[in-house]
Design a protein around this ligand. Structure first.
Ligand code: CTP
Length: 397
C-alpha cells in the first residue's frame, strides 16, 4: 500500500486514451490512494462517469453545479484536499487552457486552485503533439513546476505511428509511487546551501563579482525542499525568487557575510552543499567615497577571503555531510580529489567547462560527481532541475 492515505485528484479530458484512466484509477486505489475524479464534458464522451465512480466509490465531479438541487462543487476545496493532481489523458486543448489560465470547465478551475504538485500525461495524435503550440504550452507548464510524463511512441488511434500515446497506467502509477517516496526521502533533514556569486565592494558604487547566476544552487534548494528537507539558502546577490515554504533564504553580499551566515547555522545542519561562486579575494581597502579617475594606472591590493567550505570541513561532526563544487581547467580529477582532501568534503561536483550549455548563466549543466574514495560518476547535459535531482540522489539519499 505505497499510496496509503494519499489524496489524488485525477483529471480526465476528451481523448480516446480516457479509457486507460479507468485502469489508472484502479491501480491508484489498489496502491492505497483515495481518488477523486474530475472529468471534462468531452471526457464524458469517451468514458462514462458511472464506470469511474464505481471504481472510486465517489461521485465524479464534472459540472460547476449539480442541476436542480443547487449543489456547488468547490474546486477550491479539491485544491486543498489533494496531495497530488494527475491529468491523464491531457489533450492539446486542455494543455493550452492550463498554460493560459482559461478556466472554462471544472477541471481547469481545479487545476488553477491546486495547492499540490501536478502531473500531466498528454495524449494526442503525433502531429498535434509535434505542433509548436503544444511544445510551447508544455514548456510553459513545466515552468510553472508541473511535471510532464512524456507520451510514448507507437501506433496511435489514428493508425499513424509516432509520439503521442499516453503513457501506460502501470508506468504512471510507478511514477506516482516514486514521486511520493522521493517527497519524503529528506524529511526531518536540515540542509544548508550556498548559492550565487559574492560581490566584494571597492567603493559605494563598484564591486568585484563573477558571472554566477545562482540557478544551480536555487535548483538544489528547491529539490531538497521538495523532498521534505528544511533548507537554509544563503544566497549572494541574484535576481532569482523562491517561495517554497521549506526554504529560509538569507541574502548576503560579500564572501565574509556568506561565511558568517554559513558558519553560524552549520552546527545544526545534517548537510551543506556549497554551490556559491565565492570570491577568493577582496579589496584590502573599501573607499567610503566614489573613487575618482585621475588618468594614472590603478593598483588594487587584494587580500584573501576565508574558505567557507574548508571552514565547515574543519567543524564537521560525524554524520554531517559536506558537498562542494569545482570548476577545473586541467587535471580535473586530481585537482578535485585534492580539494576533497583539503576541504574535508564527502563529495565534489565537477562542472564541465568543455560543453556548450553547461555552467554559469545557462539553464543546463553537465557534471561528474566524485566521492572521497575516488569513485566517479559522469552525467549527460541536463536541465539544472534534473542535475539537482541527480546530485541529491547521489550524495544525500
Ligand atoms: N568555496 C568556499 N569558500 C571560498 C572559496 C570556495 O566555500 N572562499 C567553495 C565553493 O563554493 C566550492 C568549493 O569551495 O564548493 C571549490 O571552489 P573553487 O573556487 O573551485 O576552489 P578554490 O578553493 O577557490 O580553488 P581554486 O579557485 O584555486 O581552484
Amino acid at each position: 500500500m505505497t499510496l496509503k492515505g494519499k489524496h489524488i485528484v485525477l483529471g480526465i479530458t476528451g481523448s480516446i486514451a480516457a479509457y486507460k484512466a479507468a485502469s489508472l484509477t484502479r491501480l491508484l486505489i489498489k496502491a492505497g490512494a483515495e481518488v477523486q475524479i474530475v472529468i471534462t464534458p468531452a471526457g464524458k464522451e469517451f468514458i462514462t462517469p458511472v464506470t469511474l465512480s464505481a471504481l472510486t466509490g465517489k461521485a465524479v465531479v464534472s459540472e460547476f453545479f449539480t442541476a436542480n438541487d443547487g449543489t456547488w462543487h468547490s474546486h477550491v476545496d479539491l485544491g486543498l484536499w489533494a496531495d497530488l493532481m494527475i491529468i491523464a489523458p491531457a489533450t492539446a486543448s486542455t494543455l493550452g487552457k492550463m498554460a493560459n489560465g482559461i478556466a472554462d470547465n471544472m477541471l481547469i478551475t481545479t487545476y488553477l486552485s491546486m495547492k499540490a504538485p501536478v502531473v500531466i500525461a498528454p495524449a494526442m495524435d503525433l502531429d498535434m503533439f509535434a505542433h509548436p503550440s503544444t511544445t510551447r504550452n508544455i514548456e510553459i507548464l513545466r515552468s510553472y513546476g508541473n511535471i510532464i510524463i512524456e507520451p510514448a511512441a507507437g501506433e496511435l488511434a489514428s493508425h499513424l505511428i509516432g509520439k503521442g500515446r499516453m503513457e501506460e497506467p502501470e508506468k504512471i502509477t510507478a511514477f506516482v509511487e516514486e514521486f511520493f517516496e522521493k517527497q519524503e526521502s529528506l524529511s526531518k533533514k536540515k540542509i544548508l546551501i550556498t548559492a550565487g556569486p559574492t560581490y566584494e565592494k571597492l567603493d559605494p558604487v563598484r564591486f568585484i563579482g563573477n558571472y554566477s547566476s545562482g540557478k544551480m544552487g536555487f535548483a538544489l534548494a528547491e529539490e531538497c525542499a521538495g523532498r521534505g528537507a528544511e533548507v537554509i539558502l544563503v544566497a549572494g546577490p541574484v535576481s532569482l525568487k523562491t517561495d517554497h515554504p521549506n526554504i529560509t533564504r538569507v541574502n548576503v553580499e560579500s564572501a565574509e557575510e556568506m561565511y558568517n551566515a554559513s558558519v553560524n547555522v552549520f552546527p545544526n545542519m545534517d548537510a551543506a552543499i556549497l554551490c556559491a561562486a565565492v570570491a577568493d579575494y577582496r579589496p584590502k581597502e573599501q573607499a567610503s567615497e566614489k573613487m575618482k579617475r585621475n588618468g594614472e594606472e590603478l593598483n588594487l591590493l587584494l587580500v584573501p577571503n576565508k574558505d567557507i567550505a574548508a571552514s565547515l570541513g574543519g567543524m564537521k561532526k560525524d554524520g554531517q555531510r559536506l558537498i562542494g563544487f569545482a570548476l577545473e581547467t586541467k587535471d580535473e580529477t586530481q585537482n578535485a580529489l585534492k580539494k576533497i582532501e583539503k576541504k574535508n568534503l564527502d563529495f565534489i561536483v565537477l562542472n564541465s567547462l568543455n560543453d556548450s550549455g553547461a555552467g554559469f548563466q545557462y539553464d543546463t549543466n553537465k557534471i561528474s560527481i566524485l566521492s572521497r574514495n575516488g569513485d566517479r560518476k559522469d552525467f549527460g547535459l541536463k536541465s539544472k532541475k534534473e542535475v539537482a535531482s541527480d546530485i541529491i540522489t547521489e550524495t544525500l539519499a
